[in-house]
Design a protein around this ligand. Structure first.
Ligand SMILES: O=C(O)CCC(=O)c1ccccc1C(=O)O
Ligand SMILES: [Mg+2]
Length: 382
């Protein structure tokens, strides 16, 4: 396929409730939507970079910059046979994985649509439905946290993940176990808020029978995590530390974790995500699909990758309404049954874009053409 045109759309949508983690407070979702055109077909991608580089080194502006300066022009120079070619084409560039993934995702969607198959099928997915959990931010009080947990359990979420940080860790977990009992599938995500000096405290969490603790130590570490995993009963799951299938291989070899969270953006796209999945499967390491509070397009990509067979733990891909009053896909993504999402069967991501929502949320729009000048629109009065 020859890519003739790519559009970037920067959008901003309010969250229905503020989201607090050890990295900071979020009130809005700002991101870039990507459209890739070939003949009558359009493929959709979404950049998951946050508006501030607190999770990784990228932000919305760096993604736009890398796409415009390098990745889109490079894509225009080649005929693409298969989406796997795209990650090879981009492999010369160090990191900037979320920028690469946003464009590569649009090409995967385009490829699936051209072949009349779903994105899940194109990736080799086998599930028709996926189980999902919910990620809960750090709430102002334990009472508020318990209220939220109660609501999400009633909604049928299959896994309850709670953000923790020093000072908001053992007590909230104890309160949840006391109120809801030992059978609630519970886990904690620290987003790198601890060091090995906190080993005593992290061991205290063992008594709560958590399914896992996600990324307790530094965002770039796999050595200390291996030390910690030897001391903990609770499985460690790595998120921030895994950017490539090679990172995953090393972490597994060192014993740095027993579970891996796969985020398409963090590993540079669906091709690499599938490689991490396959490697983990070969080593009996279960995986699950993480989230970056995606709008509907990114959520659809997450559902497709989560349909692969080694995604045996419920992911963070909750329905759209968990974060947004409106979404860029129509209908909004929702449960097929409590805690369960259908994997779309229509071609590509299998979702219809709600252009009214995109228009209302639009900050900037730029179109790039393989054989003519680009055109920019900055939407005024935003
Ligand atoms: O519900 C979601 O999309 C996942 C929310 C979440 O936990 C998260 C959100 C933004 C950045 C990092 C993370 C994380 O998984 O660490
Ligand atoms: Mg995480």
């Amino acid at each position: 396929m020859k890519i003739e045109r790519v559009d970037l759309q920067r959008i901003k949508i309010p969250l229905t409730a503020p989201f607090v983690t050890s990295m900071g407070l979020e009130t809005h979702k700002e991101c870039i939507l990507v459209r890739a055109y070939s003949g009558p077909y359009v493929g959709f991608g979404e950049s998951v970079a946050m508006d501030v580089p607190v999770y990784n080194e990228e932000d919305v502006d760096t993604v736009w910059y890398m796409l415009e300066k390098y990745l889109i022009p490079q894509l225009f120079t080649r005929e693409i046979e298969h989406p796997d070619d795209v990650s090879r084409l981009f492999s010369w560039m160090r990191r900037n994985n979320m920028a690469k993934a946003a464009l590569e995702g649009a090409i995967w969607d385009l490829y699936a649509k051209m072949n009349g198959i779903s994105l899940s099928q194109a990736l080799g997915g086998t599930r028709t439905q996926i189980d999902v959990g919910v990620s809960i931010g750090i709430e102002p009080t334990i009472g508020k946290l318990l209220e939220r947990v109660d609501g999400f359990i009633r909604d049928g979420y299959k896994k309850i993940k709670v953000k923790i940080k020093p000072g908001a860790d053992v007590e909230p977990m104890r309160a949840i176990r006391q109120k809801f009992g030992p059978d609630v599938p519970l886990m904690a995500d620290a987003n790198s808020a601890y060091t090995l000096n906190d080993i005593g405290l992290l061991k205290e969490l063992d008594e709560f029978g958590l399914i896992m603790i996600e990324q307790p130590l530094a965002h770039d570490d796999i050595i200390d995590h291996a030390t910690l995993q030897r001391e903990l009963k609770t499985p460690i799951c790595l998120d921030e530390s895994i950017h490539t299938v090679e990172d995953a291989r090393k972490a597994i070899e060192l014993g740095s974790c027993r579970i891996i969270n796969i985020k398409i953006g963090r590993v540079g796209g669906l091709t690499e995500a599938k490689k991490v999945h396959d490697l983990c499967q070969a080593h009996n390491v279960p995986v699950w699909c993480g989230g970056m509070q995606e709008v509907g397009i990114g959520r659809a990509h997450n559902i497709a990758i989560a349909s692969l067979s080694n995604f045996t733990i419920p992911g963070d891909t909750s329905p759209s309404h968990r974060y947004f009053a409106t979404d860029v896909v129509s209908p909004m993504i929702d449960f097929a049954a409590p805690g369960v999402l259908d994997v779309p069967t229509a071609p590509g991501i299998g979702m219809v874009i709600n252009e009214d929502v995109v228009r209302d949320a639009l900050i900037e729009h730029k179109s790039y053409f393989a054989n003519r000048e680009s055109t920019t629109t900055v939407i005024p009065n935003f």
